[in-house]
Design a protein around this ligand. Structure first.
Ligand code: B12
Length: 212
Protein backbone atom coordinates (compact mmCIF):
# COMPACT_ATOMS: atom_id res chain seq x y z
CA UNK A 1 0.00 0.00 0.00
CA UNK A 2 1.29 3.45 -0.74
CA UNK A 3 0.38 7.11 -0.99
CA UNK A 4 -3.05 8.32 -0.03
CA UNK A 5 -4.49 4.84 0.38
CA UNK A 6 -2.08 4.13 3.23
CA UNK A 7 -2.88 7.51 4.75
CA UNK A 8 -6.62 6.95 4.47
CA UNK A 9 -6.35 3.49 6.02
CA UNK A 10 -4.25 4.80 8.90
CA UNK A 11 -6.77 7.56 9.69
CA UNK A 12 -9.65 5.08 9.58
CA UNK A 13 -7.75 2.78 11.95
CA UNK A 14 -6.80 5.68 14.20
CA UNK A 15 -3.11 4.84 13.81
CA UNK A 16 -1.64 8.26 14.57
CA UNK A 17 2.00 7.31 14.06
CA UNK A 18 1.48 5.84 10.59
CA UNK A 19 -0.91 8.60 9.54
CA UNK A 20 1.51 11.34 10.55
CA UNK A 21 4.38 9.53 8.80
CA UNK A 22 2.27 9.11 5.64
CA UNK A 23 1.31 12.80 5.72
CA UNK A 24 4.95 13.76 6.06
CA UNK A 25 6.00 11.55 3.16
CA UNK A 26 3.21 12.95 0.98
CA UNK A 27 4.46 16.48 1.78
CA UNK A 28 8.04 15.41 1.06
CA UNK A 29 6.97 13.82 -2.22
CA UNK A 30 5.54 17.18 -3.27
CA UNK A 31 1.82 16.39 -3.01
CA UNK A 32 -0.36 19.46 -2.74
CA UNK A 33 -2.03 20.24 0.58
CA UNK A 34 -5.37 20.12 -1.24
CA UNK A 35 -4.72 16.56 -2.42
CA UNK A 36 -3.52 15.42 0.99
CA UNK A 37 -6.73 16.79 2.46
CA UNK A 38 -9.22 15.72 -0.20
CA UNK A 39 -7.78 12.37 -1.26
CA UNK A 40 -6.28 11.40 2.09
CA UNK A 41 -7.73 12.94 5.22
CA UNK A 42 -11.24 14.02 4.24
CA UNK A 43 -11.74 10.84 2.19
CA UNK A 44 -10.91 8.91 5.36
CA UNK A 45 -13.44 10.83 7.45
CA UNK A 46 -16.11 10.21 4.81
CA UNK A 47 -15.44 6.50 5.06
CA UNK A 48 -15.48 6.69 8.86
CA UNK A 49 -18.92 8.33 8.61
CA UNK A 50 -20.16 5.54 6.35
CA UNK A 51 -18.80 2.85 8.65
CA UNK A 52 -20.53 4.56 11.57
CA UNK A 53 -23.84 4.64 9.68
CA UNK A 54 -23.59 0.94 8.86
CA UNK A 55 -22.62 -0.03 12.39
CA UNK A 56 -19.05 -1.07 11.59
CA UNK A 57 -17.60 1.73 13.73
CA UNK A 58 -18.68 3.34 16.97
CA UNK A 59 -18.13 6.69 18.68
CA UNK A 60 -14.79 5.81 20.39
CA UNK A 61 -13.25 4.73 17.06
CA UNK A 62 -14.71 7.78 15.32
CA UNK A 63 -13.07 9.91 18.00
CA UNK A 64 -9.74 8.16 17.52
CA UNK A 65 -9.91 8.79 13.74
CA UNK A 66 -10.77 12.43 14.41
CA UNK A 67 -7.76 12.78 16.72
CA UNK A 68 -5.57 11.16 14.05
CA UNK A 69 -6.78 13.62 11.44
CA UNK A 70 -6.16 16.57 13.80
CA UNK A 71 -2.56 15.42 14.33
CA UNK A 72 -2.02 15.25 10.55
CA UNK A 73 -3.56 18.70 10.15
CA UNK A 74 -1.03 20.14 12.62
CA UNK A 75 1.69 19.00 10.25
CA UNK A 76 0.26 20.69 7.17
CA UNK A 77 -0.89 23.88 8.90
CA UNK A 78 2.34 25.81 8.13
CA UNK A 79 1.82 25.05 4.44
CA UNK A 80 -1.38 27.11 4.41
CA UNK A 81 0.40 30.30 5.34
CA UNK A 82 0.74 32.66 2.42
CA UNK A 83 3.51 34.61 4.13
CA UNK A 84 3.32 38.19 5.33
CA UNK A 85 -0.11 39.47 4.43
CA UNK A 86 -2.00 42.60 5.25
CA UNK A 87 -4.83 41.93 7.70
CA UNK A 88 -7.90 41.06 5.68
CA UNK A 89 -10.68 41.27 8.26
CA UNK A 90 -11.72 39.90 11.63
CA UNK A 91 -13.51 36.58 11.78
CA UNK A 92 -15.23 35.04 14.78
CA UNK A 93 -15.64 31.32 14.17
CA UNK A 94 -17.13 28.45 16.13
CA UNK A 95 -19.19 25.28 16.08
CA UNK A 96 -22.77 25.96 17.13
CA UNK A 97 -24.52 25.10 20.38
CA UNK A 98 -24.61 21.41 21.33
CA UNK A 99 -22.37 20.42 18.44
CA UNK A 100 -18.90 19.04 19.20
CA UNK A 101 -17.55 18.46 15.68
CA UNK A 102 -14.58 20.72 15.08
CA UNK A 103 -12.38 19.26 12.35
CA UNK A 104 -14.10 21.10 9.50
CA UNK A 105 -14.33 24.29 11.52
CA UNK A 106 -10.60 24.06 12.35
CA UNK A 107 -9.79 23.56 8.69
CA UNK A 108 -11.81 26.62 7.68
CA UNK A 109 -10.14 28.66 10.47
CA UNK A 110 -6.71 27.44 9.39
CA UNK A 111 -7.20 28.33 5.74
CA UNK A 112 -8.70 31.72 6.53
CA UNK A 113 -5.80 32.47 8.83
CA UNK A 114 -3.41 31.40 6.10
CA UNK A 115 -5.16 33.80 3.72
CA UNK A 116 -4.61 36.74 6.08
CA UNK A 117 -7.81 36.95 8.13
CA UNK A 118 -7.55 37.50 11.89
CA UNK A 119 -9.31 34.58 13.55
CA UNK A 120 -11.00 34.36 16.93
CA UNK A 121 -11.92 30.71 17.41
CA UNK A 122 -14.58 30.17 20.07
CA UNK A 123 -14.32 26.38 19.88
CA UNK A 124 -17.28 24.03 19.99
CA UNK A 125 -20.76 24.15 21.59
CA UNK A 126 -20.82 27.93 21.25
CA UNK A 127 -24.05 29.56 22.38
CA UNK A 128 -25.74 32.23 20.23
CA UNK A 129 -25.09 34.78 22.99
CA UNK A 130 -21.39 33.95 23.09
CA UNK A 131 -21.06 34.43 19.31
CA UNK A 132 -22.84 37.80 19.56
CA UNK A 133 -20.90 38.96 22.61
CA UNK A 134 -17.51 38.18 21.08
CA UNK A 135 -18.39 39.63 17.67
CA UNK A 136 -19.48 42.87 19.34
CA UNK A 137 -16.44 43.01 21.61
CA UNK A 138 -13.87 42.70 18.84
CA UNK A 139 -15.83 44.43 16.08
CA UNK A 140 -15.88 41.34 13.86
CA UNK A 141 -16.40 41.63 10.12
CA UNK A 142 -17.56 38.03 9.76
CA UNK A 143 -19.24 35.51 12.04
CA UNK A 144 -18.62 31.99 10.71
CA UNK A 145 -20.61 29.06 12.08
CA UNK A 146 -20.16 25.34 11.62
CA UNK A 147 -22.75 22.58 12.25
CA UNK A 148 -22.35 18.86 11.51
CA UNK A 149 -25.61 17.60 12.93
CA UNK A 150 -29.03 18.20 11.44
CA UNK A 151 -30.27 18.69 15.00
CA UNK A 152 -27.89 21.60 15.66
CA UNK A 153 -28.54 23.52 12.43
CA UNK A 154 -31.36 25.57 14.05
CA UNK A 155 -28.76 27.05 16.41
CA UNK A 156 -27.43 28.95 13.37
CA UNK A 157 -30.71 30.75 13.03
CA UNK A 158 -30.77 31.42 16.80
CA UNK A 159 -27.28 32.91 16.53
CA UNK A 160 -28.41 35.26 13.77
CA UNK A 161 -31.25 36.37 16.07
CA UNK A 162 -28.74 36.94 18.88
CA UNK A 163 -26.69 39.15 16.53
CA UNK A 164 -29.84 41.13 15.81
CA UNK A 165 -30.62 41.47 19.50
CA UNK A 166 -27.07 42.65 20.17
CA UNK A 167 -27.65 45.34 17.52
CA UNK A 168 -24.79 44.22 15.27
CA UNK A 169 -26.51 42.19 12.56
CA UNK A 170 -25.98 44.97 10.01
CA UNK A 171 -22.29 45.26 10.92
CA UNK A 172 -21.26 41.64 10.42
CA UNK A 173 -21.52 39.17 7.57
CA UNK A 174 -22.70 35.71 8.52
CA UNK A 175 -21.18 32.61 6.91
CA UNK A 176 -22.46 29.10 7.50
CA UNK A 177 -21.16 25.65 6.63
CA UNK A 178 -20.79 22.02 7.65
CA UNK A 179 -21.82 18.76 5.97
CA UNK A 180 -25.64 19.01 6.43
CA UNK A 181 -25.78 22.75 5.64
CA UNK A 182 -26.91 23.81 2.17
CA UNK A 183 -27.10 26.98 0.14
CA UNK A 184 -30.89 26.86 0.48
CA UNK A 185 -30.71 26.55 4.24
CA UNK A 186 -28.37 29.55 4.34
CA UNK A 187 -30.89 31.58 2.33
CA UNK A 188 -33.74 30.42 4.53
CA UNK A 189 -32.10 31.61 7.75
CA UNK A 190 -30.87 34.81 6.05
CA UNK A 191 -27.17 34.11 6.38
CA UNK A 192 -25.02 36.12 3.98
CA UNK A 193 -23.00 33.24 2.65
CA UNK A 194 -22.53 29.49 2.48
CA UNK A 195 -19.53 27.48 1.33
CA UNK A 196 -19.21 23.72 0.91
CA UNK A 197 -15.52 23.47 1.84
CA UNK A 198 -12.64 25.36 3.41
CA UNK A 199 -11.15 26.54 0.12
CA UNK A 200 -14.37 28.10 -1.08
CA UNK A 201 -14.97 29.51 2.42
CA UNK A 202 -11.88 31.68 1.92
CA UNK A 203 -13.10 32.85 -1.48
CA UNK A 204 -16.57 33.60 -0.11
CA UNK A 205 -15.11 35.54 2.82
CA UNK A 206 -13.05 37.67 0.44
CA UNK A 207 -16.13 38.26 -1.69
CA UNK A 208 -18.19 39.28 1.33
CA UNK A 209 -15.64 41.89 2.33
CA UNK A 210 -14.89 42.87 -1.29
CA UNK A 211 -11.24 41.85 -1.02
CA UNK A 212 -9.49 40.44 -4.05
C1 B12 B 1 -15.44 12.69 13.41
C2 B12 B 1 -16.90 12.63 13.67
C3 B12 B 1 -17.34 12.70 15.01
C4 B12 B 1 -16.38 12.98 16.18
C5 B12 B 1 -16.04 14.50 16.16
C6 B12 B 1 -14.65 14.80 16.69
C7 B12 B 1 -14.21 16.21 16.36
N1 B12 B 1 -13.25 16.66 17.15
O1 B12 B 1 -14.69 16.87 15.47
C8 B12 B 1 -17.22 12.53 17.41
C9 B12 B 1 -16.86 11.09 17.75
C10 B12 B 1 -17.08 13.39 18.66
C11 B12 B 1 -18.64 12.55 16.82
C12 B12 B 1 -19.76 12.54 17.62
C13 B12 B 1 -21.06 12.46 17.14
N2 B12 B 1 -21.42 12.33 15.85
CO1 B12 B 1 -20.18 12.55 14.37
N3 B12 B 1 -19.14 12.40 12.82
C14 B12 B 1 -17.85 12.48 12.59
C15 B12 B 1 -17.54 12.25 11.09
C16 B12 B 1 -17.07 10.80 10.92
C17 B12 B 1 -16.51 13.13 10.42
C18 B12 B 1 -16.76 14.65 10.52
C19 B12 B 1 -15.54 15.36 9.98
O2 B12 B 1 -14.67 15.75 10.74
N4 B12 B 1 -15.41 15.45 8.63
C20 B12 B 1 -14.25 16.01 7.96
C21 B12 B 1 -14.36 17.54 7.85
C22 B12 B 1 -13.13 18.11 7.17
O3 B12 B 1 -15.51 17.81 7.05
P1 B12 B 1 -16.67 18.82 7.51
O4 B12 B 1 -16.76 18.86 8.97
O5 B12 B 1 -17.87 18.53 6.71
O6 B12 B 1 -16.10 20.25 7.08
C23 B12 B 1 -15.94 20.70 5.75
C24 B12 B 1 -17.18 21.38 5.16
O7 B12 B 1 -18.39 20.91 5.70
C25 B12 B 1 -16.94 22.84 5.37
N5 B12 B 1 -17.30 23.49 6.64
C26 B12 B 1 -17.36 22.98 7.89
N6 B12 B 1 -17.65 23.94 8.78
C27 B12 B 1 -17.79 25.09 8.11
C28 B12 B 1 -18.09 26.38 8.52
C29 B12 B 1 -18.18 27.41 7.59
C30 B12 B 1 -18.49 28.80 8.05
C31 B12 B 1 -17.98 27.12 6.21
C32 B12 B 1 -18.13 28.21 5.21
C33 B12 B 1 -17.68 25.84 5.78
C34 B12 B 1 -17.58 24.82 6.73
O8 B12 B 1 -15.54 22.96 5.22
C35 B12 B 1 -14.90 21.83 5.84
C36 B12 B 1 -13.59 21.55 5.15
O9 B12 B 1 -13.69 21.36 3.78
C37 B12 B 1 -18.97 12.52 10.45
C38 B12 B 1 -19.20 11.85 9.10
C39 B12 B 1 -18.95 12.79 7.93
N7 B12 B 1 -18.49 12.27 6.84
O10 B12 B 1 -19.18 13.99 8.02
C40 B12 B 1 -19.89 12.07 11.60
C41 B12 B 1 -21.32 12.65 11.70
C42 B12 B 1 -21.30 14.14 11.42
N8 B12 B 1 -21.63 12.43 13.12
C43 B12 B 1 -22.85 12.04 13.29
C44 B12 B 1 -23.43 11.73 14.56
C45 B12 B 1 -24.84 11.15 14.52
C46 B12 B 1 -22.73 11.93 15.76
C47 B12 B 1 -23.24 11.67 17.20
C48 B12 B 1 -24.70 12.11 17.47
C49 B12 B 1 -23.03 10.16 17.48
C50 B12 B 1 -23.54 9.66 18.82
N9 B12 B 1 -24.52 8.78 18.72
O11 B12 B 1 -23.09 10.06 19.85
C51 B12 B 1 -22.24 12.46 18.06
C52 B12 B 1 -22.70 13.89 18.36
C53 B12 B 1 -21.76 14.66 19.27
C54 B12 B 1 -22.10 16.14 19.30
N10 B12 B 1 -22.92 16.58 20.23
O12 B12 B 1 -21.63 16.88 18.46
C55 B12 B 1 -23.65 11.98 11.97
C56 B12 B 1 -24.57 13.22 11.79
C57 B12 B 1 -25.91 12.89 11.13
C58 B12 B 1 -26.68 14.18 10.95
N11 B12 B 1 -26.70 14.67 9.73
O13 B12 B 1 -27.21 14.74 11.86
C59 B12 B 1 -22.47 11.88 10.94
C60 B12 B 1 -22.80 12.46 9.54
C61 B12 B 1 -22.11 10.35 10.81
C62 B12 B 1 -23.18 9.53 10.15
N12 B12 B 1 -23.01 9.20 8.89
O14 B12 B 1 -24.17 9.19 10.77
N13 B12 B 1 -18.63 12.56 15.49
Amino acid sequence: MSGFKALTEAVIKGDIQTAVAETQSAVDAGSSVQDILDKGLIAAMDEVGEKFTTGQMFVPQMLRSAKTMQECMKLIKPLFQEGELAAKGKVVIGTVRQDLHDIGKNLVAMMMEGAGFTITDLGVDVSPEKFAEKAKEIGADIVAMSALLSTTMPAMSDTIKALQEAGIRDKVKVMVGGAPVTENFALEIKADSYAPDAGSAVMEAKKLLSIS
